[in-house]
Design a protein around this ligand. Sequence first.
Ligand code: ZN
Length: 620
Amino acid sequence: LYKLEDKYPNLIREDSPTKKIGGEVLDKFEKVVHDKPMMSLSDVFNEDEIILFDSRIRKEGISPQYVCELKIDGLSVSLKYEKGIFKSAATRGDGVVGEDITNNVRTINTVPLKINRKIDIEVRGEIFMSKKTLEKLNEERKENNEPLFKNCRNAAAGSIRQLDSSIAKKRNLEVFIYHLPNPEDYGIKTHLDALKFMEDLGFRTNKNNNLLVNSVDDVLKYIEDKGKIREELPYDIDGVVIKLNNLSDQAKMGNTIRYPKWATAYKFPPEISYTKLLDIKFTVGRTGQVTPNAILEPVLVMGSTISKTTLHNEDFVISKDIRIGDIVGIKKAGDVIPEVVTVLKERRKEVLMPFEMIKTCPICGSLLIKKDDESAYYCVNDNCDRKQIESLIHFASRDAMNISGFGDRIIEDFYNFGYIKGILDFYHLEKYKEELKELEGFGEKSIDNLLMEIENSKNNSLERLLFGIGIRYVGKKTAKILARTYKNIDNIINATYDELEGISDIGEKIASSVYEYFHKEENINLINYLKELKVNMNYLGEEIDNELIKDKTFVITGTLSSPRDEIRNIIETNGGKVSGSVSKKTDFVIVGENPGSKYANALKLGIKILKEDELKNMLN
Ligand code: ZN
């Protein structure tokens, strides 16, 4: 259709699908008609196409100067200011109509609420999430049993589409501004000057990566250079944007109905690596979940050698029809976890056996059970060695009882040698001290250290134990909520299902799992033995009932004399809450040096502002 329309422009219909440029407009946000369409760029994929792009420009008698920029993998945004004050923001949508995302964009730290001149202006740029933020977000989501974001772009798009702007705010989005739609209004002659102009107004541009070049060779060099440092950049890029610098040259080239002829986007090749699937091996986790894993001929995927990756579950393998002996395409999902994304079925030279899920546990041989609502199979034998070992590793892990010195390997060895068969055995290890000293790789000192670490773990606050004993669905966060709410283990044991379910952030699934756990005799026995061993069963967070702070919501902005985590802790132990963004529900905003937009928001909403010493007075 694109080609036909180019050939017969008089036949283009008003409602032609080619007039839609990008994504879809969702219904939940107000629609906004852009003053000027937000065009997307034409894509080029190789050197030849870039040279062709350059020659089309030269054919018009232009000696081009190009500005090369990184193509950030996020989503485009239009920002509007009136008299220098941030007014609204919209997504590109279909290029003509976008969505009003003002509330969410307002929360982004790098979007100024006020610029340096009292002018009406629209600027455009890219909203994105840094790799580090994505990593942290996915860690949290994993802990809460929520689906992980595949990459930075999905995470940024998902965050900007939150109806609750406080969630969007927590996602730590960022922005780079790269386009001024009406440069003529400000007497600007080049794209580079437009960038400089916007920078001077207070907008964040990606200036360290923008480069003015005079030849197509330099464009190619830029692409090569940036391709090399792609991995090291703090954000995802999917290519390079090449624009004519001179605005009069841009005007001379003009636009097609879909994209400007004075710019193009070079897209990096997709980072899929192909290799042979040698075998599928099954592993058993702490909960008994059995996972198929791909054993691969070692292959380089975006800089690291991969020889093994998860195949998730039976459904995943069957839906992709992955078979041992296949050539499979591997990609790093979220740029971290390698994943099989494709199977080259046409490369099958011989008959390969379709995948079949195993029926029995590869470790203990007991029959696997598939739970109704899940696609995973479980080994339900409580005595399965692998489940036991994984539970012990979990118990000692850093987020649980934090017994350092216990690598996974040591725990497995101690289990196999019979020193540690269950959680209680950690606390009886002392009696094997002399034997342990004789083990290869251990000396008197390391055994002493290990025993001391074990002894110290008895003093942990309750939430570590709650997490460590591995109650289903009780992650780190839930363990903390339970500990903080009930103060000691007996209160949790005695809690009714309704009480548990009534706690905010604890749903039916968690409540019934906790309730069931503490109504099994073997678990109560375990707790009682641990008590006898003097393992602490109390929540150790300080508790001071401070009426000024209790049930109040605080927001912190700017630099304070103590770390934010510390201040958050103090507020929380006094019964207050700390939120990431200012809303009508905020009671106090604590303001330090160089406060951000939250301070401005607080003033606007008339929320009480506290200096750090005023908070301290409240605490006293
Ligand atoms: Zn088993």
